[in-house]
Ligand binder design. Structure first.
Ligand SMILES: *Cc1c(COP(=O)(O)O)cnc(C)c1O
Length: 395
């Protein structure tokens, strides 16, 4: 017998439908240069510091004296210490090395974390949402007998989700946000932490895009908020920060103070990882460590500035053209309101057929995404500029 919960998953047609429509357009118009503003993947190469570190690590693997076999399931101390020092201590947040768990990326951790939680939990996600949060819970049969509560993120609500009116056990927050590109200020995030402490809820905070933050009043970590260590798990990734989407490395922080049902979640997660995970490759962890060297930091910042310059160009030009946009100031995503009376898919088709541009229809991320398309700033500046000219020519 199969896990019948898989039958409760909605078919996710979003990216396959996009691919089909793009393919059909290319076949009908082989002469057109199609530009993608839809991809959620980086395009710039890895920082040279990481490349050099990987070469050195490969050479170590070639010699018996420096060869490494299985590493610690939690990750090597050299990387965990670099994370503690640079991502937390430097921001005034005290995190212990034993609270940091290295993984092969935030998507895996995000799906795996539900291993340590009961199926009867109530769950809430913001809408629109990164689909992994929803589908990984459905696969696990959660919430048993119910449905996942959607917290709408709308223009009327200034793109800030309202606190749930009822008690929710498990809440997913992703800031800076994919897909809307919006952020929460410290005082806004504090309200979520206060809610979770009051209600005894657990927050899963996905900060995969923290490196894109440009403004000082935006928290990089939920642990910058007082009380968060008692109610939140934080997921981080080197994918968007340093171009590791193909290399695979991320980490999860589970503070010791975090108790759920009177149990230390850090110990449960440690047990889970030791049983089901054998660590991220040594070579990869050396590549990640190199991001924290002075050269690595400078290289990573330069790449992020490149993407954010593309985002700025798009925001400014689209606004001048009369479009309503949010995001793109502290995240590589722009959430564009479609012209009045046009739904997400109609506008997607229009941009494809009239301008040879690929976007992502907002409704694909949830019902509150209707009336929006998501643009990404991961392309080249040349493509951004050309895309903007074509949008301007649409009239
Ligand atoms: C890209 C992304 C991640 C990173 O996933 P990895 O598995 O680390 O590549 C995590 N969360 C969100 C919302 C993302 O968009």
């Amino acid at each position: 017998m199969i896990n019948k919960h898989f039958q409760n998953l909605k078919q996710n047609y979003l990216f396959s439908t996009i691919a089909h429509r793009v393919q059909a357009f290319r076949e009908a118009h082989p002469e057109r240069n199609v530009i993608s503003l839809g991809i959620g993947d980086v395009t710039r190469p890895l920082p040279p510091a990481s490349i050099a570190a990987m070469h050195r690590a490969v050479d170590e693997m070639a010699v018996a004296e420096t060869f490494r076999g299985y590493g610690p399931e939690q990750g090597y101390a050299f990387l965990r210490q670099a994370i503690v020092d640079h991502d937390y201590t430097a921001r005034g947040v005290q995190i212990d090395i034993d609270e940091v768990f290295i993984s092969d990326g935030a998507k895996s951790d995000c799906g795996n974390i539900t291993d340590i939680l009961d199926t009867r939990l109530s769950v809430a996600v913001t809408d629109p949402v990164y689909p992994v949060y929803v589908d990984s819970n459905i696969m696990a049969g959660r919430p048993a007998g119910g449905s996942i509560r959607l917290l709408p993120v709308t223009a009327e609500g200034h793109f800030v989700p309202a606190l749930p009116a009822e008690h929710i056990d498990l809440i997913y927050l992703c800031y800076p946000n994919n897909p809307t590109g919006t952020v929460l200020r410290r005082d806004q995030l504090q309200e979520w932490v206060d809610y979770a402490l009051r209600e005894g809820s657990l927050i899963l905070f996905d900060s995969a895009y923290e490196a894109f933050i440009q403004h000082d009043d935006i928290p990089h970590s939920i642990y910058e908020i007082p009380g968060a260590k008692r109610c939140a798990i934080e997921l981080r990734s080197f994918s968007k920060t340093a171009g590791f989407t193909g290399v695979r490395c991320g980490y999860t922080v589970v503070p010791r103070e975090l108790q759920f049902d009177g149990v230390c979640l850090r110990d449960l997660w440690n047990r889970r990882q030791c049983t089901k995970f054998n660590g991220t490759s040594y070579i990869t962890q050396r590549a990640a460590e190199a991001i924290y060297t002075p050269e690595g930091q400078q290289q990573v910042r330069a790449t992020i500035q490149y993407y954010m310059e593309g985002a700025r160009m798009m925001r400014e030009r689209l606004t001048q053209m009369g479009y309503q946009v949010v995001g793109g100031t502290d995240a590589p995503y722009i959430w564009l309101t479609t012209p009045a009376g046009t739904d997400s898919w109609t506008f997607f088709d229009r941009l494809l057929n009239e301008a040879a541009l690929v976007t992502t229809p907002g409704v694909g991320f949830g019902p509150s995404g209707e009336g929006y398309v998501r643009l990404t700033a991961f392309g080249s500046h040349e493509n951004c500029a050309e895309a903007l000219q074509r949008i301007a020519a649409l009239g």
